[in-house]
Design a protein around this ligand. Structure first.
Ligand code: K1U
Ligand code: ZN
Length: 173
């Protein structure tokens, strides 16, 4: 089947708050979902995307943090952080489910992640820089956590109200 751009859910949505289910087996449906997610991410455009953002509450993320040069699309099934550095780094994060809102978030500067590849092989890699920020942001999505959950309640509430307004406007057409 041809790859498909799927609609991205906008916060607040109960599917973005769910703990996602592990993937039991790499099937053709899982491979198609990963391909659709990459298509959706590049179209947005974004540097990452998690399955719940397209309404599928399974533990799958895609990423490509290469700014210039050859694209490096990655699909990670059941990703888990198995090591995190003590040193932290701050990045002004955005989210395709919270359009046009950005805020500084502090996270471990480097993380080692284990996941299942689409070939069914277990893989491990240490991420640094933007890749480390992005992979942690995407794994948070699988645990129902958004970058605004790291902010204070007033800032979080202000952004949530803006998103409710945006959704009302989009619904009116
Ligand atoms: O998960 C998402 O919502 C995707 C998000 C990932 C992310 C961005 C910044 C820090 C951590 C994680 C995005 O891709 S937002 C869009 C974005 O960052 C971007 C868009 C176009 C060019 C470059 C970056
Ligand atoms: Zn996001």
């Amino acid at each position: 089947m041809a790859d498909m751009i799927r609609p991205i859910l906008i916060h607040p949505d109960p599917r973005l708050k769910k703990l996602c289910d592990p993937v039991a087996e790499i099937t053709p449906e899982i491979r198609q979902l990963a391909a659709d997610m990459l298509e959706t991410m590049y179209d947005a455009p974004g540097i990452g995307l998690a399955a719940p953002q397209v309404g599928v509450t399974k533990r799958i993320i895609v990423m490509d943090c290469i700014k210039d040069g050859e694209p490096e699309p990655m699909a990670l099934v059941n990703p888990e952080v198995i090591w995190a550095s003590e040193d932290l780094s701050t990045y002004e994060e955005g989210c395709l489910s919270i359009p046009d809102q950005y805020a500084d978030v502090k996270r471990p500067a480097e993380v080692k992640v284990r996941w299942l590849g689409l070939d069914g092989e277990v893989q491990e890699r240490q991420f640094a820089g933007l890749w480390a920020t992005c992979v942690q942001h995407e794994i948070d999505h699988l645990d129902g956590k958004l970058f605004i959950d790291y902010l204070g309640p007033l800032k979080r509430q202000m952004i949530t109200r803006k998103m409710e307004k945006l959704k009302r406007e989009r619904a009116r057409g």
